[in-house]
Design a protein around this ligand. Structure first.
Ligand SMILES: Nc1ncnc2c1ncn2[C@@H]1O[C@H](COP(=O)(O)OS(=O)(=O)O)[C@@H](OP(=O)(O)O)[C@H]1O
Length: 296
């Protein structure tokens, strides 16, 4: 019997310092570590599936003063590069960043311990968005199923173990979020929560605007709220990834713009998994002051 496409994938991750990453990224590790930031760089930093494309669209709209036409210059995926992105022979994320004029907006999913040393020397701005672990985990599961460049996630139960052991691409959610949270007062870091963005997008967009040093009128902010809503982004070919080939993302398995809600974990976790997850969460996040909203 033929396997479902998502179970037929042969891709394997490699590791750097115990953190699994896609093999071309690991092979390009040296170039990433040598990357030079500039003082006016602005980084969007996230653990995967935390609302990266959403915040990136918001940042772009603010940067373009709410001009929709300017935001339509390229698909969302190609606007700010991920510095760790690598797929030779195409130019790497670092190559693309190096070719960009200042001031640059860049992205990364890297945990703090894998960031290039120059991140800490130039007083750049970092916008970090965190999403509650359970929804992140569910979203990542469906992404793993449809992504043709990530390994086979196995069953939900198997994937559950992979996730809690930090063996998914870009490593442990717990270490990632804790790492960025712990340094938030030492650098120019605006730490936002996906759940707050869902609850009050206008307020969160205003925080981003202030952090970017922009001052847009209320009408423009309202336009940004509308244009970056889940429904609008799901319908927009520049933000819904419909132009990405099926050999990279097979959206017939699961769409990139899947549900965009808080609390979908309740449709996936068994009672036993939920209790076990809560115990692990308590152990791993014990000493942080982080507080996540699990449902709205
Ligand atoms: N505008 C808007 N509003 C609310 N939610 C949104 C929005 N845009 C993207 N999303 C949801 O974010 C999830 C994808 O996260 P990322 O963009 O971080 O994915 S990635 O790591 O860059 O591949 C994924 O979450 P799930 O739907 O839970 O899978 C997207 O649907």
């Amino acid at each position: 019997m033929a396997l479902a496409p998502e179970l037929n994938k042969q891709t394997k991750l490699k590791e750097v310092a115990g953190i699994p990453l896609q093999a071309p990224t690991v092979d390009n590790c040296r170039q990433i570590q040598m990357f030079n930031t500039k003082p006016d760089d602005f980084f969007i930093c996230t653990y995967p599936k935390s609302g990266t494309k959403w915040i990136q669209e918001i940042v772009d709209m603010i940067d373009q003063n709410g001009d929709i036409k300017k935001c339509q210059r390229a698909i969302n995926q190609h606007r700010p590069p991920y510095i760790e992105w690598a797929r030779p022979p195409q130019p790497s994320g670092v190559d693309k960043a190096n070719a960009m004029p200042a001031p640059r907006i860049l992205r990364t999913h890297l945990p703090t311990q894998l960031l290039p040393p120059s991140f800490w020397t130039n007083n750049c701005k970092y916008l970090y968005v965190a999403r509650n672990a359970k929804d992140c985990m569910v979203s990542y599961y469906h992404f793993y199923r449809m992504s043709q460049v990530l390994p086979n996630p196995g069953t939900w139960n198997e994937y559950f173990e992979t996730f809690i052991n930090g063996k998914v691409s870009w490593g442990s959610w717990f270490d990632h979020v804790k790492g960025w949270w712990e340094i938030r007062d030492r650098y120019q870091i605006l730490f936002l929560f996906y759940e707050d963005m869902k609850r009050d997008p206008k307020r969160e967009i205003q925080k981003v605007m202030q952090f970017m040093g922009k001052n847009l009128d209320e009408e423009t902010v309202d336009k940004i709220v509308l244009e970056t809503s889940f429904e609008k982004m799901k319908d927009n070919p520049l933000t819904n990834f419909s132009t990405i080939p099926k050999t990279i993302m097979d959206q017939s398995i699961s769409p990139f713009m899947r549900k965009g809600i808080v609390g979908d974990w309740k449709n996936h976790f068994t009672v036993a998994q939920n209790e076990r997850f809560d115990d692990i969460y308590k152990q791993k996040m014990d000493r942080t002051s982080l507080n996540f909203c699990m449902e709205l």
